[in-house]
Design a protein around this ligand. Structure first.
Ligand code: SF4
Ligand code: SF4
Length: 226
């Protein structure tokens, strides 16, 4: 998945939460993302804000959003709330302030994002421009009622700026699996693929752990984070 596609998902969401660390205390706030190019994802803050000071001390950031807003649409056959199909997006990475001369250089070279920043900075001189220059993340596309397809999830992971990600989902150790089929019976996400030994399609797996709990061979390994 390209960064451009990630940014399209961000535009659909609108504003996202952005989390920074103040010591070991996380702080989240809603931000508008200014844009994206081959070098990363851009946002603004002001150097007079705690947000700025947190970023300068610790560049680690996390972004998160959902589309559409997750309102409940009703109840399913077993009384659980139902949701309209949509997706969540999350990214963990690092952000860096962009020096003024670089902003001007890129604006002169025609970058719309950098021009936008300069226009804003003319009105609000305390504004500072940041880029999430490396990171990894996931788009978690859900259709829990299977309105548009025959399975609930489609998870896609991505990385940029030299980061690497772990594939999503639980894993089955083929050395330990005896193909008894118990995991297949309990997986409501259609993520288990039968065969000589069974496999998990990680893009469909919710990490719910039902298979892990029933496997008589302890053949199932839980997923790793992004
Ligand atoms: S429950 Fe365990 S042993 Fe049985 S098919 Fe699934 S992974 Fe293999
Ligand atoms: S963790 Fe849950 S969703 Fe994933 S394969 Fe196991 S039962 Fe299916």
């Amino acid at each position: 998945m390209m960064l451009e596609d990630v940014y399209k998902a961000m535009e659909k969401i609108g504003c996202l939460t952005l989390t920074t660390l103040d010591g070991d205390t996380p702080h989240s706030r809603i931000v508008g993302i200014c844009g994206c190019d081959d070098e990363g994802i851009y946002f603004l803050t002001m150097y007079v804000k705690p947000f700025y000071r947190q970023l300068k001390k610790n560049p680690r950031v996390a972004l998160c959003g959902i589309y559409p807003s997750s309102y409940k649409t009703g109840k399913n056959a077993v009384g659980q709330p139902t949701f309209a199909p949509g997706f969540t997006l999350r990214i963990t990475g690092e952000a860096r302030e962009i020096p003024e001369d670089e902003v001007k250089e890129k604006a002169e070279a025609g970058s719309r994002i950098h021009k936008y920043f300069l226009e804003d900075a003319a009105r609000y001189p305390a504004i500072r421009f940041f880029r999430v220059f490396k990171g990894k993340g996931e788009i978690f596309d859900f259709d829990f009622e299977m309105e548009h397809r025959d399975h609930k999830l489609l998870r896609s992971r991505f990385s940029f700026g030299g980061e690497r990600f772990n594939e999503p989902g639980a894993r089955i150790n083929p050395e330990a699996c005896t193909a008894c089929g118990e995991c297949f019976e309990v997986c409501t996400f259609k993520a288990i693929i039968p065969g000589e030994t069974y496999r998990v399609d990680g893009s469909r797996c919710d990490d719910c752990g039902s298979c892990f709990l029933v496997c008589p061979q302890d053949a199932i390994e839980l997923s790793e984070t992004i």
